[in-house]
Design a protein around this ligand. Sequence first.
Ligand code: SAH
Length: 482
Amino acid sequence: MLLTISTTHRPATDLGFLLHKHPDRVQVFDQSFGTATVFYPEAGEERCTAALLLEVDPVRLARRAGQGGKGGKGAKGSPDFSLAQYVNDRSYAASSLFGVALADVFSTARGGRCAARPELAETAIPLELVIPALPCRGGVPIARRLFEPLGWTVGAEPVPLDPDFPEWGDSRYLRLTLTGTVRLADALSQLHVLLPVLDESKHYWQGPDEVDKLLRSGAGWLAEHPDRELVVRRYLGRRGHLTRAALARLAELDDVVEDAVAEAVEPDAAEETRVPLNLRRHEAVLAALAEVRPRSVIDLGCGPGQLLARLLATEGIARVAGCDVSVRSLQSAARRLHVDRMTERQQERLTLFQSALTYDDPRLAGYDAAVLMEVVEHVDPPRLEALERVVLGSARPGTVVVTTPNREHNVRYEGLTGMRHPDHRFEWDRAEFRAWAERVAAAYGYTVELRGVGDDDPEVGPPTQMAILTRADTTTTEEAGR
Ligand code: SAH
């Protein structure tokens, strides 16, 4: 199986830096199931193409299946032999193995790391990816459905069984061409996930961390993919419990997953518990805010802006602001809120800006209330003190609503081995969150009230915990006579 990656970014040979593979060399990488070779058919200033060729060794593949953790057929010690293990199309079109080799050979590039060209690694560049023979269940329409929402122009032509005998019809392979302006790391992660999805055959054992791996590879694109349910289901090989766990966790990242998750929770669950957790979090935060009736609210670490949309729709809130350290998040917030189509008056109500909450920024001040929803756990512990100082010491809003996961609840997520999100730096249990909230409240002159969000499990507590910090010198709006 062959993949070529071309760019016309200038100088095009920068592709070598991004992929960490020198354009002048042919490099061979041994895989447990065969050999991966990287070479550059062209490497000019204007256009550069890298090729990844995977040659699967059916003997090694069969042996590997016989050895490794797979259980069942061909398990250790079994004399089981089937010709199909040796004679099959895996050598030519092994999508899932190709996905594995791609992730291994280009692991640094897929992680978006590039010491030589750090900015380029973060930038969307013109790319053309070609896979001359890709097994694709569902054919051209499925290839389009999966890649087009990610910003690719999709060229997909069925490969005839034999060009000399057109009457034999088409094979189940496509020649796939993807053209677009995409960050290389995203392109590689998308292929890593979607090639096995198109083939619908994942050939290696799926461990409990398979969901974590999928969410890591899907970071930044899977949660908002209109066909994420199909992707998750096929990627996890239709293992229902893993699929449900993955969809529930994707819902934590984006609220458009509502319908998929409603199905994912137990079918007989009470109506109330069918509401995805992130929506319940929005409700809980809005309810806490409604109690203090702020005229202005800033969402600190607003992400792609789901809560901002709700705040803008809340009567009585005249000014709304969202800030985030991530420009990409702010761009998706602007898209979600249709900032470009807002009237001048609507635009005046909303401010979006980039800010790192660990550095003083006067733009953070001047709001009645601030929200820190699922943000603190993304901050490195040694930097958390800076965030506390900036928000509670400098910006000093009358009310600060903080939410964060309750680590104790993680045992209730099937298939979750680490933290809930790959970017979390820590997750607190209830005692740790209480201790933190009480300490910062005392340090900066706030009072604190703790609440749970989501169903309160008798043993491990609710999935999300919330603290409402009130500046001790704040008069309530009633007292102020508003
Ligand atoms: N509040 C949103 C997003 C939570 S994800 C929601 O609940 O849906 C965490 C967000 O915090 C991300 O968008 C991330 O970019 C942002 N973030 C992390 N560290 C930050 C920092 N130091 N300053 C500002 N934003 C930060």
